[in-house]
Design a protein around this ligand. Structure first.
Ligand SMILES: [Zn+2]
Length: 380
């Protein structure tokens, strides 16, 4: 009897193996999130990546796709957006943006959007929920009723409330032109978030305000500084480096802010575009971790092609193609501890993009035609 059961189990196992359907992308280039492998066979099933190898191997039950002149990339993530509806998540997923980091949303909307997180057609939604701000601070200007840190809500309570509302990380605003939290409040917010193992991200527009939150151990900046006189010195960059702070430059939105200011005669309030790009170049040269994000839908920016525009802007600041691709993938997975996204390796999920061209040599190719697979299923 025991033997019979054993044989049956083996037979079931063999049957399930032989039924496995393989897809082989032949002679393709792979950017795995760190390195580039050229002209390899990339083999996957619905359960994961099976092989990435120069050696050819055939599989009984398989589909072959010609990968010549094409490149496989790991899931892209937009590190700064404000998601308005589930449609935004759908649009993003269609172009290969598998995750969207929302940087300020009321709790009810954020929780409404988290409902889509198990659906293949939707980009994974992460959010800070409401950001931490005082009365009259950044975030209060939209006329929506949001909690503010004042005499009634302490910074620690604010963090506890967000954690209870499923916030993935804590957003703090420190906007030059509006009311700001004081140093003690900033310190308490950041410490409490870290006690809950939450990453902290700050909205800033001025370098000094950035340094204030960095001195209180903020994990990252949601924008690079762009107000006039915000020209970083060597010691500022050394501080960012020493504290391993990441920066989401969001050049897409800042360029629009500066252009708009130029039109209405407020040019002197901001850096010039050359100065702005040079600040990003300085981050890169100092080895500070850069993450790609757009701040859509501000200035009516979309959730799709604008992200690719942002990657081109980062390359104009001197980032190599590999550095740009990392800013849109592995840098974000690591800094935000996104456990479900990984480098493309054997046994990992078969979620990736197949792009025509070689974006690791020519970043403009990121704009080209793409095919997208999520958990081994092609998204159309
Ligand atoms: Zn924003």
């Amino acid at each position: 009897m025991k033997h019979t059961i054993g044989i049956i189990i083996i037979l079931i196992f063999l049957a399930s193996c032989s039924n496995q359907h393989y897809t082989i992308i032949r002679d393709v280039n792979v950017f795995d999130g760190e390195n580039v492998l050229e002209d390899v066979d990339f083999v996957f099933t619905q359960s994961g990546i099976e092989r990435i190898s120069k050696k050819k191997k055939s599989y009984k039950n398989s589909t072959i796709i010609d990968g010549k002149g094409k490149t496989i990339l790991p899931p892209l993530i937009n590190a700064h957006v404000h998601v308005r509806s589930s449609e935004n998540l759908k649009e993003a997923q269609k172009v290969g943006i598998f995750g969207m980091l929302d940087m300020f949303s009321i709790d009810s909307r954020a929780n409404g959007l988290r409902v889509y997180n198990d659906s293949t057609a939707y980009s994974k939604f992460y959010s800070s929920n409401v950001g931490a701000t005082p009365p009259g601070g950044h975030g209060t200007q939209f006329g929506i009723n949001i909690p503010t840190i004042n005499d009634t809500i302490s910074p620690s309570q604010f963090v506890k409330d967000r954690v209870a509302q499923n916030a993935d990380y804590i957003k703090i605003t420190n906007e030059f032109s509006m009311s700001r939290l004081d140093t003690i409040q900033l310190k308490e917010l950041i410490n409490e978030a870290h006690n809950h193992n939450k990453i902290t991200v700050a909205h800033i527009s001025d370098l000094q305000n950035g340094l204030e939150v960095i001195n209180q151990n903020i994990d990252g900046l949601a924008h690079i500084w762009y107000r006039s006189n915000s020209i970083s010195k060597e010691r500022d960059l050394n501080l960012l480096r020493a504290k391993e702070v990441f920066v989401i430059p969001t050049l897409s939105v800042i360029i629009k802010v500066i252009n708009h200011a130029n039109e209405i005669g407020l040019k002197d309030d901001y850096l010039t575009l050359d100065e702005l790009k040079n600040e990003v170049r300085k981050l890169k040269n100092k080895g500070i971790c850069i993450l790609a994000g757009t701040d859509s839908p501000n200035y009516n920016m979309n959730y799709t092609t604008q992200f690719f525009e942002e990657l081109l802007l980062l390359s104009e600041c001197g980032l190599t193609e590999i550095e740009v691709l990392k800013s849109a993938t592995t840098n974000i997975y690591e800094k935000f501890h996104l456990e479900e996204f990984n480098r493309l390796e054997v046994n990992r999920k078969s979620s990736f993009l197949l792009v025509t061209g070689k974006p690791y040599l020519r970043i403009e190719d990121i704009m080209n035609e793409k095919r997208i697979w999520k958990n081994g299923i092609e998204i159309s």
